[in-house]
Design a protein around this ligand. Structure first.
Ligand code: HAM
Length: 530
């Protein structure tokens, strides 16, 4: 049996009702804060994450799903096949040139056999395109055995065609749609880099401050366990724009954090802790990194090899080391809070003042550096006790230099991503209860009643009544049992007598009470909650 791949899972009903509840609550909160949705591709150029998230991070160095896309597969195929087949057709006079995407075979003599085989090697779509194109070329040639030029081109090349026409050469085009250079691609491990790429690519700075949100899958090759998956889902948001649009304001940081508290509140999630830190501006980070290097120099040899490397290449990442024996060393390292310059410290204080004024509680944690390289200044995580080891329900922070790092304009930003899988685990709600139940189960009774039942179902559904429709082959007993199993509130019986009277037997499945209700009153009766 083929099973879902390790670290991935199927989300099934009734659990999907919890996911829908979370998604819909998120969308309504984003609406209230005037955010708009963005959807970026699920895979991107690997370089985006290497440069954006950082080569030394766990995500980029160990956890990405990356593959290479061959340069134009059709051209590669033709080239390989040609090299193989050449000895077989050695008698032919031909000439070939293969330069990157551009592949030509110029043949005389045994061209037919060659062409037949060539065609048989390529998929029907390629051959079809070839035929369609050939029909448009002049086919009558005075020469019964014209020279034949097979051209596999990224696109039509006018000079080739002209040359062929002038010389009475029949030209067969293997149309290679577009030049596609080889590329390294990666399934997105997170969405901030993709959003910033889109911001740069579409010049979103012209819109001023962008308040964007996304909901979707992300991929990291981590060791799977409860709350940690290889395909997981994030609900995230980014506030990004030119400084003139207020993107650097501490008011934006505080607004994001207050939004998160509101969202968790609406989901009924309590018992969370907001861990807050400032990891400094670029200049502070340089000074801090130097201090870390210095502090690590005498002790780094005692550390795990991974941490040793980080101590030299990117000392901030030492804080991500999980090896227990390294923890006492990490505990004694200098803290970023001692390195913040005046404007940075002011920014952080301002964020805290607003949070206090709107009543969002927080805990300062100057060990919190986050596992991605793009962060500057405000960094945060919300943790939740119910989640065990994977207790970070969400994380985020500022990334004031990321746009420039990716070749874009100055565009400070702040955002977060919530682990939706973990959020659903922390929900104190029963999936069964969240799952909407049918208002009414329609039971057609007797021959030709399917048609009548379908008409009635259509009428009710158009008025947003949730209808489950049975079929005339079911006996009444089976229909009523099914209706109860589905948790329907009413069963509606559609038989010949009902159709004649234009009134239907409506059975309340909780009380067992059954009444005859005229068609015109059905909606009202069904809508009235017991
Ligand atoms: P992150 O801390 O890497 O940040 O991920 C955010 C959240 O995604 C985590 O707190 C966790 O709840 C969830 N998460 C991460 N990995 C997994 C996993 N393997 N299985 C289940 N859940 C997981 C980011 O991704 C940043 N892009 C957040 C951000 C947005 N910063 C600024 N803007």
């Amino acid at each position: 049996m083929i099973k879902a791949v390790r670290g991935t899972r199927d989300l099934l009903p009734p659990d999907t009702a919890l996911w829908k509840f979370v998604d819909e609550t998120a969308r309504s909160v984003f609406r209230a804060y005037n955010f708009q949705e963005i959807r970026t591709p699920i895979f991107e150029d690997t370089q985006l994450f290497a440069r954006g998230v950082g080569e030394e991070t766990d995500i980029v160095s160990k956890e990405m799903y990356t593959w290479s896309e061959e340069a134009n597969p059709e051209a590669t195929l033709i080239g390989a096949w040609y090299t193989q087949s050449k000895p077989k057709y050695a008698a032919s006079a031909w000439e070939t040139r293969a330069r990157g995407q551009h592949f030509e075979i110029d043949m005389r003599g045994e061209s037919e056999a060659f062409l037949v085989e060539l065609r048989s090697k390529f998929n029907p779509a390629v051959v079809e395109r070839l035929r369609a194109r050939k029909d448009r070329w002049p086919t009558s040639h005075p020469d019964s055995k014209p020279p034949l030029l097979i051209v596999a081109l990224p696109r039509r090349e006018a000079d080739k065609i002209q040359w062929a026409n002038l010389n009475d050469v029949v030209i067969e085009m293997l149309d290679i749609a577009e030049h596609e250079p080889g590329q390294r691609l990666t399934l997105r491990p997170e969405n901030t880099a993709g959003v910033v790429r889109a911001y740069i690519e579409h010049s979103l700075q012209s819109r001023g401050l962008n308040k964007l949100y996304y909901i979707g899958p992300q991929f990291r090759r981590e060791r799977p366990q409860k709350g940690r998956y290889r395909q997981f889902y994030q609900i995230g948001a980014e506030v990004i724009g030119p400084p003139s649009a207020g993107s650097e304001s501490p008011a934006r940081d505080a607004e994001i954090l207050e939004l998160l508290a509101t969202f968790l509140g609406k989901l009924g999630i309590t018992g969370w802790t907001l861990q807050l830190n400032s990891i400094g501006c670029a200049k502070d980070r340089t000074r801090y990194n130097e201090a870390l290097r210095k502090a690590l120099e005498p002790v780094k040899d005692k550390m795990d090899p991974d941490c040793q490397r980080r101590a030299v290449t990117n000392p901030l990442r030492v804080f991500d080391c999980k090896v227990p024996k390294d923890q006492p060393i990490i505990e004694k390292l200098p803290r970023i809070s001692q390195f913040l310059d005046e404007p940075c410290r002011k920014h952080f204080e301002h964020v805290q003042e607003i949070l206090k004024s709107v009543g969002v509680p927080f805990t300062l944690n100057d060990r919190l550096v986050r596992g991605l390289d793009y962060y500057t200044r405000t960094a945060f995580e919300f943790t939740h006790g119910a989640l065990g080891a994977q207790n970070a329900i969400l994380g985020g922070g500022r990334y004031d230099g990321l746009s420039e790092e990716l070749g874009g304009p100055k565009a400070p930003g702040i955002g977060f991503a919530i682990g939706e899988d973990r959020l659903v685990l922390a929900l104190n709600k029963s999936a069964e209860e969240m799952q909407p139940k049918p208002d009414v189960y329609i039971a057609p009774l007797g021959q030709s009643m399917d048609r009548e039942a379908a008409r009635l179902a259509r009428e009710l559904r158009q008025k947003d009544v949730i209808v489950e429709l049975s079929d005339e082959s079911f006996r009444l007993k089976k229909s009523l049992e099914t209706a109860s199993k589905l948790g329907a509130r009413f069963a509606l019986i559609v038989g010949e007598n009902e159709i004649k009277a234009d009134a239907f037997a409506l059975k309340n499945l909780a009380t067992g009470e059954q009444v005859s209700v005229p068609r015109t009153e059905l909606i009202e009766r069904i809508r009235t909650k017991p």
